[in-house]
Design a protein. Structure first.
Length: 314
């Protein structure tokens, strides 16, 4: 979208020839998932061949490419740095089985860790969350794979001892540590021993702006809410320093507010580990990415109650 006029949060784009889109070569400045998916869909019905370079390789991109191919599109290179798309005049309908949500799976893995519990999950694709598996193993969790799509995360005291160990993370595009698991990991790190460094290199708004009338920094807001629960975190630019559990220090219940999807669910995880009752407001943010999370946690034995109905019933 470089060079495209943007006003009042809106973008207006017109096909210059008035006849539709034509293929071309595009080099993305950054391997954005949204940009890759948008260009891939547009190119599937454009006239001619489109070559996309420095594209995102996330599983969601590969999943969309598979669906488009099943619908008649011609796409080569999904999962690599480059895509070659031969435009078609039309596509047709097809059936699609959506890839398991790796971020939801990762969130429940972190829930097991923060509560020193054991959770078995299926379906999950381990290769999609290998970076988180490595970090939880580094912290002291036991990760077991029972079959192709079933994982068990164990952080019970008999296995890990009194506490998990802190670890450092730097978010990056797939297959690196997902930015969408960074807030949840930060909640866990607040309960681990030692200090941990969190570097956000993907979602600049999580780190680079201070709260103000114009700018808004989700990370700073998340940190402030976690601090209400007793977390000890300092933020400087794109970096957060998390001071883990110390003698006499622990998370405690409080009234907090979800400002976005992943930050909101990080408050849920922190509330699981906190002493006392935690009340989380603005949970519509959480519902946007986690279907019936309260019921799923209740099934796992969590004392959690929804005080307001689901904003958008499914």
């Amino acid at each position: 979208m470089n060079g495209t006029p943007k006003r009042d949060g809106k973008v207006q784009a017109n096909a210059a020839n008035g006849k539709g889109l034509v293929g071309g070569r595009f080099l993305l400045d950054y391997p954005s998932v949204g940009a890759t998916e948008t260009l891939m869909m547009a190119a599937s019905l454009a006239d001619g061949i489109t070559v996309l370079s420095n594209v995102a390789k996330e599983p969601e991109v590969v999943d969309l490419a598979r669906f488009l191919i099943d619908s008649g599109a011609s796409i080569e290179g999904a999962g690599s740095d480059n895509l070659v798309i031969r435009g078609k005049s039309q596509l047709h309908g097809s059936e699609c089985v959506i890839t398991p949500d790796r971020i939801e799976a990762g969130t429940f893995m972190l829930a097991a860790a923060i509560t020193h519990s054991c959770i078995s999950m299926s379906p999950v694709i381990p290769s999609h969350i290998s970076c988180l598996i490595d970090k939880l193993s580094e912290a002291g969790c036991k990760i077991s794979q029972f079959n192709q799509h079933t994982l068990e995360v164990s952080a019970v005291p008999t296995y890990i001892g009194d506490n998990l160990k802190g670890f450092d993370i730097r978010t990056s595009p797939f297959p690196g540590f997902p930015t969408d698991l960074q807030p949840q990991a930060m909640a866990l790190l607040a309960t681990c021993t030692g200090s941990s460094l969190v570097v956000e290199s993907v979602f600049d708004k999580r780190m680079s702006h201070a709260i103000g009338l114009v700018s808004f920094c989700p990370l700073i807001w998340i940190v402030r809410e976690l601090q209400k629960l007793g977390a000890r975190i300092q933020v400087c630019g794109r970096t957060a320093l998390v001071f883990g559990k110390d003698k006499g220090s622990s998370l405690h219940g409080s009234r907090v507010f979800a400002s976005d999807l992943r930050g909101g669910v990080s408050l849920v995880l922190a509330g699981l580990a906190a002493e006392g009752t935690t009340e989380i407001n603005n949970i519509a943010h959480i519902d946007r990415g986690y279907e019936n999370i309260d019921r799923k946690l209740q099934h796992l034995g969590v004392d959690i109650q929804r005080l307001t109905p689901v904003a958008c019933p499914l």
